[in-house]
Design a protein around this ligand. Structure first.
Ligand code: ADP
Length: 511
């Protein structure tokens, strides 16, 4: 680190689904200043989710300005900006005026579901998977962009004339921050569009034709750290370089310092996202697990495998808001800890079906093993335990089947540690249970804002504040607490067998 870097701050713009935040970090990962604003969502029809790009821009601008003023007040100079964003959300804007042609279509939006169903029925899934690492789904940007270009009045012909620009949220923000000078994205965000060849590292011509996307609308895909552009002085009163961009889950992987192949991070929020660093060779993970870009630096791509648990915190939310058996989420901890065991009670929170490794969209939740002794504590414990069982199941599924006698990707998952973050990671009882049931030590970082930190580290590398990601992580990542597995193997096996029985019943019930 250069000697003058100590008073340098890095601003992370963290543009999420429900809020925009700006956090200024010092080079050792300390938070100097932060600001947050909620972001309104719109639901024009059942299954449709939109956001006004002007709301996205306004909340980013206001929170960033607030954090910049606070950081400057503390004697720091903001030397670089990193952007981390909700992934897949799609914006199309007019290049001349900078005005969006329609609301942003948010990742949760399902309007492309039928189109994806047709693609799968037509046998397109294997080719899409080979090229993009994804499973055809309306969650990704391709069908959202197709819809915008074919349904917004005049958009298709304007795109044909080269008048429109497409971008995920990072790209739209970069364009606005640089006063229209840069139309670019990074490889992690590109890898979530379902238009990007993750091996060739370029837009895929065949997929772009399939979805009616002309080359002229596409942003340039760059490394995740480097010179993306400089802010228009009108925006923040100074020209600040934007030097890092990544999608939220990838940024968290970086912010958790998962730099070596096999290292995994698990984010426990409403749902749970697990990403595992897969190294420099494009992985072939098991069914329903995605292959994606972890980051690209110096033209070299590092890959990740990604799996999601749909319902993690939702089980606790259900106890709190649906049943009213706990007043606040954190109360689940003392309740669960107060019991000697789970009393044979299992909750399968399949509120919206079951993900990996069961892939049963029709399954619905179930509560098993109730006796007259069952109380609120058993329910709380069962809700938390479910997160642990699902983590163990997902890590196993991420391995995929053996291929040609060789072990699947799972053999390469580093069972020596699992790094955790998200709202539920504050729950000590749950973190100990995750360690016990997976057999992996669970490492909780001192800075839990891992997505923002990841963007800041990338930006720091891009600006030369750090010589490498390794140096950045060494400077900024610290464990706050490590939960060491202490459960006897027999007990773990018995608990997981009980869980599997409960899952079987939920699936039989659905049939
Ligand atoms: P997201 O970013 O997905 O909106 P957060 O990371 O803020 O969510 O996590 C919120 C979720 O975590 C909620 O479902 C909430 O019920 C749960 N949660 C928060 N704190 C705790 C806790 N101490 N124990 C258990 N669950 C918690």
């Amino acid at each position: 680190m250069p000697p003058d870097a100590a008073r340098h701050a890095i601003l992370a713009i963290d543009q999420g689904t429900t809020s925009s935040r700006a956090i200024a970090f010092d080079p050792s990962g300390g938070v100097i200043a932060s600001a947050q604003q909620p972001l309104p969502q719109r639901f024009p029809r059942d299954g449709w989710v939109e956001q006004d790009p002007e709301d996205i821009w306004r909340t980013v601008l206001e929170t960033s300005r607030q954090a910049l003023v606070e950081a400057r007040g503390k004697g720091f100079t903001v030397a670089a900006i990193g952007i981390v964003n909700q992934r897949e959300t799609t914006v199309v804007w007019d290049r001349a005026s900078g005005r969006p042609v329609h609301n942003a279509i948010v990742w949760q939006d399902r309007r492309g579901a039928e189109r994806c169903g047709q693609l799968v029925a037509g046998g397109a899934a294997p080719a899409i998977r080979r090229t993009t690492g994804l499973v055809p789904d309306s969650y990704f940007s391709a069908t959202k962009l197709e819809w915008l270009l074919s349904h917004v009045d005049g958009a298709g012909s304007a795109a044909g004339r080269g008048e429109l620009a497409f971008g995920t949220v990072d790209s739209f923000l970069l364009w606005r921050l640089t006063g229209g000078a840069a139309h670019a994205t990074d490889a992690t965000n590109a890898s979530r569009t379902m238009l990007f060849d993750i091996e060739a590292q370029g837009w895929d011509g065949a997929l772009c034709r399939e979805f009616g996307v002309p080359d002229s609308v596409l942003p340039e895909v760059r490394d995740s750290a480097g010179a993306f552009g400089t802010t228009d002085p009108a925006v923040f009163g100074a020209a600040v370089p934007v030097t890092g961009i990544a999608g939220d889950q990838q940024a968290a992987l970086i912010g958790q310092g998962c730099l070596t192949p096999g290292m995994a991070k698990s984010t426990y929020g409403t749902g749970c996202f697990i990403l595992v660093n897969a190294g420099r060779d494009r992985p072939e993970p098991g069914e329903g697990i995605l292959a994606t870009v972890a980051w690209r630096l110096g033209g070299e791509t590092v890959y990740a495998v990604e799996g999601a648990i749909f319902n993690a915190g939702t089980a606790v939310q259900w106890l709190r808001d649906g049943l009213g058996v706990i007043g606040e989420s954190a109360a689940s901890e003392a309740l669960a800890a107060g019991l000697p065991d789970n009393g044979g009670v299992y909750l399968v929170p399949a509120f919206t079906g079951l993900g990996a490794p069961w892939w049963d969209a029709d399954a619905r939740g179930g509560l098993f093993g109730l006796t007259r002794d069952t109380g609120a504590a058993h329910l709380a414990r069962a809700a938390l335990e479910a997160c642990g069982y699902q983590t163990a199941d997902l890590l196993e599924a991420m391995g995929g089947p053996k291929r040609g006698g060789r072990p699947g990707f799972g053999a390469r998952i580093d069972r020596g540690r699992l790094r955790v973050d998200g709202g539920m990671a504050a729950n000590d009882w749950l973190m100990q249970f995750v360690a016990d049931i997976t057999g992996a030590p669970v490492e909780r970082p001192a800075v839990t804002e891992t997505t923002a930190l990841g963007a800041a580290l990338l930006a720091g590398v891009g600006a030369g504040i750090y010589g490498s990601l390794k140096e950045a992580v060494a400077a900024a990542w610290r464990a706050e607490r490590i939960f060491t597995p202490s459960m006897a193997v027999d007990r773990r096996k018995a608990l997981r067998a009980g869980w599997r029985t409960a899952v079987r019943r939920v699936r039989n019930g659905a049939r």
